[in-house]
Design a protein around this ligand. Structure first.
Ligand code: UT7
Length: 338
C-alpha cells in the first residue's frame, strides 16, 4: 500500500472462550438471599460461566485470540499490535495482561498493552485499533476483551454476585483499502463524575493492599445498581440514536444490534426505543451473565458460530460501564480476508 492510498480498519474475525463451569441461579439461591424467579425477572440471567481457580484472564484471552487469528487466515507473526481490555487483569497492574497473552500465543517483539474502560473496553479498543490502522502505524491488530470477574465479586453481595460471569472474546482488525469493509463510525465517551457508580476500591493508590482492605472487602466490585441501570438506559438510547442519525442509517437496516449484555431489561428498553425486532437484537445475557469487556465479543462470536453473522453484515454495537464509560460502533463484519 502506498502512503497516498487511504486505508481503513476492517473487522476480519471473531473468537471467544467460555469457561466450562456453570454457576446457575439455583446455585446462587444456596449462597445468598435470592431466588431464580427474582434474578430472571430483574435481569434475564439464567446462568453464568466461572473460570477455574487456576484459569486466569490471560488464559481465557489467549484461547479466544487463537480462534480469532485462525479465522482471520493470518499467521500469528503477522499480528503487529496486541491490545487487551480488562478490569480483572492477571496482575494489578504490571505486567499488562496483553503482554502475558502475547507470550502465551508465542508472539514475540510486538507492542502490547491493556486498556481499562470496564464494560466499554472492547468498543474502546475498536477506536484505538481504527486510529492505529488509519494512521498507517499497524496492519493486523489483535484486540481482546477478557474478564475473570469472579475474582472481584463478593459472593455474599446479592446485588452484584448474580450478575457477573467470566469469559473472553477476541477479534482481528486489519488494514484494507476497500472502503466497504471499513468501520463506519465509532462514538466513545466518559463521565468521571459518576466514578462511584461502579468501583473496585482496592488495591490502588487510594487504598493500597492492607488488612483494612481485606476486612472491609474493598477488593470487591461495588455497584449502585439502580442508578446505573437508569443512566444506562438513557445514555445508550441517546448514543445509539445519534450514531444512526449521524450516518444516515435507519434502525431497521441493522441486521445485528449487539448491545453490552448487562441486563435484559436495559437491552429491551434500548431495542424498543429503536423499534428493533427480536431477530435484530442479539441476546446472550441469559447464558453468560455480564462479562464486562468480554460481553460484546462473546455475543458476536455466538452469532458467528451459529451461522447468523454473514460476511458484509452490518453490526451496531453499544455499551455502558464503569468510569462511567459508554460507546457505540457501526461496522460491517468483513469476515476472512483470504
Ligand atoms: O455492566 C455495567 C453496567 N451495569 C449495569 O448496567 C447494571 C445495572 N443494574 C441492574 O442491572 C439492576 O439495577 C440490578 C439487577 C442490579 C438490580 O435490579 P433493580 O430492579 O434495579 O433492583 P433494586 O436495586 O432497585 O432493588 C429492588 C429490591 C430491593 O429490595 P427492597 O429495598 O425493595 O426491599 C433489593 O434489596 O430488590 C432487592 N434485591 C434482591 N432481591 C432478591 C437486590 N438484589 C436482589 C437479589 N435477589 N439478588
Amino acid at each position: 500500500m502506498s502512503n497516498s492510498t487511504p486505508v481503513y480498519a476492517s473487522f476480519c474475525s471473531i473468537g471467544a472462550y467460555i469457561p466450562e463451569k456453570i454457576l446457575s441461579n439455583s446455585d446462587l439461591e444456596a449462597m445468598v438471599d435470592t431466588t431464580d424467579e427474582w434474578i430472571v425477572k430483574r435481569t434475564g440471567i439464567n446462568e453464568r460461566h466461572i473460570a477455574a481457580e487456576d484459569e486466569y484472564t490471560s488464559d481465557m484471552g489467549a484461547k479466544a485470540a487463537e480462534k480469532a487469528i485462525a479465522r482471520a487466515g493470518i499467521e500469528k507473526e503477522e499480528v503487529d499490535l496486541v491490545l487487551c481490555a480488562t478490569v480483572t487483569p492477571d496482575y494489578f497492574n504490571m505486567p499488562s495482561t496483553a503482554c502475558i497473552i502475547s507470550d502465551k500465543l508465542g508472539i514475540k517483539n510486538v507492542q502490547a498493552f491493556d486498556i481499562s474502560a470496564a464494560c466499554s473496553g472492547f468498543v474502546y479498543l475498536l477506536s484505538v485499533a481504527k486510529a492505529f490502522i488509519e494512521s498507517g502505524m499497524k496492519k493486523n491488530i489483535l484486540i481482546i476483551g477478557a474478564e475473570k470477574f469472579s475474582s472481584i465479586v463478593d459472593y455474599t453481595d446479592r446485588g452484584t454476585c448474580i450478575l457477573f460471569g467470566d469469559g473472553a472474546g477476541a477479534a482481528i482488525i486489519s488494514a484494507t483499502t476497500d472502503k466497504t469493509e471499513g468501520f463506519v463510525d465509532i462514538h466513545a465517551s466518559a463521565d468521571g463524575a459518576y466514578a462511584d457508580f461502579l468501583v473496585t476500591p482496592a488495591p490502588g493508590s487510594v487504598h493500597p493492599a492492607s488488612q483494612k482492605v481485606i476486612d472491609e472487602g474493598l477488593n470487591f466490585v461495588q455497584m449502585k445498581g439502580n442508578e446505573t441501570f437508569k443512566l444506562a438506559v438513557k445514555t445508550l438510547t441517546r448514543d445509539v440514536v445519534e450514531i444512526l442519525e449521524d450516518n444516515g442509517i435507519k434502525a431497521e437496516e441493522i441486521p445485528h444490534f449487539i448491545p453490552h449484555q448487562a441486563n435484559y431489561r436495559i437491552i429491551k428498553a434500548v431495542g424498543d426505543a429503536l423499534k428493533m425486532t427480536s431477530e435484530q437484537v442479539v441476546l446472550t445475557v441469559g447464558k453468560y451473565g455480564n462479562t464486562s469487556a468480554a460481553s460484546i465479543p462473546m455475543a458476536i462470536n455466538d452469532i458467528y458460530e451459529s451461522g447468523r453473522l454473514k460476511q458484509g453484515d452490518l453490526m451496531l454495537l453499544d455499551t455502558f460501564g464503569g468510569g462511567l464509560t459508554w460507546a457505540s460502533a457501526l461496522l460491517p463484519f468483513a469476515g476472512k480476508k483470504a
